[in-house]
Design a protein around this ligand. Structure first.
Ligand SMILES: [Cu+2]
Length: 132
């Protein structure tokens, strides 16, 4: 009889633990949604410099779901920084850097290019934005 009571006691404690566990999990999820620290996705920051006639770096690689922050500037004459598929179009006047933040929600290799006529080899100003 004593053994039985002990067993029932353990069952009750297990039940309680399960109830506490269940009631805790939604609260945990809410914290994940509101606190940016809790996100598993990373913010990936890149400093991009445009110049006659190219970009440094010329390849940017991120993972799908990453928050991407691009801080772009020109080191000489005005240039553009555009990625059509992501609707990005920055005018880089060479005076101050421009920052754009977005979620890399499409996988693939996308071309970033200069869309401000900047000289003879303007059309060769290309880089690759790769989302794995
Ligand atoms: Cu150009």
């Amino acid at each position: 009889m004593k053994k039985n009571k002990f067993f029932i006691g353990i069952l009750c404690m297990l039940g309680l633990l399960i109830i506490i566990g269940c009631s805790n999990s939604p609260i945990g999820n809410v914290e994940k949604e509101t606190g940016s620290e809790a996100f598993s996705e990373e913010v990936k920051e890149f400093r991009v410099e445009a110049f006659q006639f190219g970009f440094e770096p010329s390849t940017i690689t991120v993972n799908k779901g990453d928050t991407v922050r691009i801080i772009a500037n020109s080191r000489d004459v005005p240039h553009g920084f555009a990625i059509d598929e992501y609707g990005i179009n920055l005018y880089l006047d060479g005076l101050r850097s421009k920052t754009i933040e977005f979620t890399a929600d499409k996988t693939g290799t996308f071309i970033y290019y200069c869309n401000v006529p900047c000289g003879g080899e303007h059309s060769s100003m290309r880089g690759r934005f790769i989302v794995k």
